[in-house]
Design a protein around this ligand. Structure first.
Ligand code: FAD
Ligand code: SF4
Length: 557
């Protein structure tokens, strides 16, 4: 018998006469919903350990271990509180695994799943009245607030939503006015980092027999999946989550704002909190982190900067996901194409590994596949760890496969930037982000990549494509110092940037935020534009062949 099963059996209370809840893998909290209010001695929870979901995509091993270890620890914690636990294991859609359980125990309740994939999977049980969906109490804002912010057909913009939410919640407000006289201090938060002040070292978490067992299981069952599994970096228990948050408050928050956009080889995390995976599985509540930070004595640029991320961006992304049904239905009535089956972003092809996914399953498709700029190139092997010769890309990719983590600017201005400049399919890039990061779930990864990272949805909720040449990366990071290319002389990313503008000129004309770069493009001599195109072809062909770029192979000007 496994350590986990033995421990659960030891703690398991009498299960008779209980009301039962289904608790999905990303709702591991007893501080919201029925678990927070109802007598634990009258409640039971059903937890599903499902091999079928992780087999659908080549998820990072660290992510699989975090999900599984968190679920098991939550089961043990709830059993210790007196809640009965039905732990179901299987290899089939959730609806299939839960139906016999609901028939035996009586109809289950569930807080509305955040992920569309899970909502779609559970729909038949809801129709059969075997599952009742109750509101998800983990969000800080409502869909009505989102609609109110954009009443009258106003364009979806995060800052308008955030302003309304600040006003209505009173967070960082005094006498109806924002603290410090403005709602955003973003403009103050663009410092690069020289190595000083020193960045804190992220915490490690105590290893225990349950985590060890999960790590072994993942290493054997999912041995063909990518990524390094680090058992000491699994914040899976309630006390690990508290420890992670204590660390973030004590060591990250003071300088969170100013260095928010900096990137460095010497610190993957800088002053970022690394709490997204814990917020997204509810081990930490958004209400707790926002409340705590609002109550702290901090420089306003850091305090507001952090609160905007959680109360603003995180909530906004969730509402965009809900309002578009995961981008299946856009506000103008259009319906982007949908990928027929979950994609592996080329993992099988590049790795040569026979991971077990890719099966098409009724009801579960591969997600919306919009591409406003008609980008459709396959993702290069460089994203799976083949050296590209581009120092920034290779560093960030290796960090992700080492840890399952990367902060916002590395995701936006290195990975998405490169993907967008190369014209990679937004869906493929999204599939890659989904499997690579421990905090990725459809509701958050799709808006961030399809919408923000790649401009795949045009101006639906961002004002411009987030693209840059080498100058930005050089200014905000120390990556260029160790690169074979020089940001001022021969970095191919600058040519990629100009040829991106050239190629997409027609679609971008009329966008006021791109007007200046387009004017600069118009002034660029024809010979240089031709050179940009040739460099782009060289980069695409070399990376498509899984090879590394070398300065000496760069096309002559
Ligand atoms: C291309 C791209 C893909 C992304 N994919 C994901 C994803 O799959 N899952 C995810 O949680 N975040 C995603 N983000 C948002 C953001 O990068 C991460 O939330 C953040 O880097 C997590 O690290 P942290 O906890 O140290 O964040 P911090 O910098 O410490 O920020 C604090 C918190 O703010 C929230 N937050 C900040 N920005 C966003 C945002 N745009 N969307 C949602 N929450 C936000 C997160 O919960 C984060 O923990 C993505 C961003 C981009 C540009
Ligand atoms: S020189 Fe170019 S490729 Fe190299 S790290 Fe800098 S931006 Fe990246």
């Amino acid at each position: 018998m496994s350590v986990f099963r033995r421990e659960l059996a030891d703690r398991q209370p009498d299960a008779s006469g209980r009301r039962w809840l289904f608790v999905p893998y990303d709702q591991l909290s007893d501080a919201v919903g029925p678990l927070s209010r109802e007598d634990p001695n009258e409640l039971g929870i059903v937890l599903v350990e499902n091999l079928w979901k992780p087999k659908r995509r080549p998820y990072h091993r660290q992510k699989l271990a975090l999900v599984l270890a968190s679920l098991r620890h939550f089961a043990l914690e709830q059993a210790a509180r007196g809640v009965a636990v039905r732990h179901v294991s299987g290899d089939a859609p959730y609806a299939k695994l839960l139906e016999p359980v609901a028939r035996e125990l009586g109809p289950l309740r569930v807080m509305e799943p955040a992920e569309r994939e899970l909502r779609a999977d559970l729909a038949p049980l809801v129709r059969k009245k075997l599952l009742e969906v109750v509101p998800h109490e983990g969000w800080l804002t409502t869909q009505e607030q989102f609609e109110e912010a954009f009443a009258g057909g106003r364009a979806w913009r995060m800052d308008a939503f955030y302003r309304l939410v600040r006003q209505q919640s009173g967070i960082l407000m005094r006498n109806g006015k924002p603290l410090g006289g403005k709602y955003s201090f973003d403009a103050d938060n663009r410092k690069s980092w020289s190595g000083k002040p020193p960045a804190p070292k992220p915490p490690r978490f105590p290893l225990d027999p349950v985590k060890e067992e999960v790590a072994k299981l993942v290493e054997s069952v999912f041995s063909a999946h990518p990524g390094r599994l680090d058992p000491d970096d699994l914040p899976a228990t309630a006390s690990d989550a508290k420890r992670a948050w204590r660390f973030a408050k004590r060591h990250c928050m003071e300088l969170f704002g100013p260095y928010e956009d900096a990137m460095s080889r010497r610190s993957r995390t800088l002053f970022h909190t690394k709490v997204s995976a814990l917020l997204n599985n509810l081990r930490l509540l958004p209400a707790t982190v926002v409340g705590d930070v609002a109550a702290m004595k901090l420089p306003l640029s850091s305090q507001e900067g952090f609160i905007r991320q959680v109360l603003g961006w995180r909530e906004f992304m969730h509402h965009v996901h809900v309002a578009t049904d995961g981008f299946r239905r856009l506000p103008d009535g259009s319906e982007p194409p949908v990928a027929p089956a979950p994609g592996d972003a080329g993992y099988g092809r590049w790795s040569g590994k026979k991971w077990r996914g890719g099966r098409a399953v009724a009801r579960i498709d591969g997600g919306a596949a919009p591409s406003a700029l008609e980008a459709g190139e396959p993702l290069p092997a460089a994203f799976w760890g083949e050296a590209s010769g581009l120092g920034c890309l290779d560093q960030v990719v290796s960090d992700v496969w080492e840890t399952g983590y990367g902060h916002h600017i590395t995701r936006l201005m290195v990975l998405s930037n490169l993907g967008t400049l190369l014209g990679v399919s937004p869906r493929q890039l999204t599939d890659w982000f989904w499997v690579a990061y421990t905090d990725a779930y459809d509701w958050v990864v799709e808006p961030n990549v399809l919408g923000m990272g790649t401009f795949g949805l045009g101006e639906l909720f961002v004002t411009k494509p987030y693209v840059s040449g080498a100058a930005y990366i050089d200014r905000m990071s120390d990556y260029c110092a160790e690169c074979a290319f020089s940001p001022k002389k021969d970095c191919p990313i600058t040519s990629l940037y100009w040829s991106f503008l050239d190629r997409n000129q027609q679609q971008l004309t009329g966008n006021p935020r791109v007007a200046m770069p387009l004017r600069s493009l118009a002034k660029r001599p024809a010979a240089r534009r031709d050179h940009d195109r040739r460099v782009t072809e060289w980069v695409r062909d070399t990376l498509a062949a899984g090879k590394a770029l070398r300065p000496e192979d760069r096309p002559e000007e």
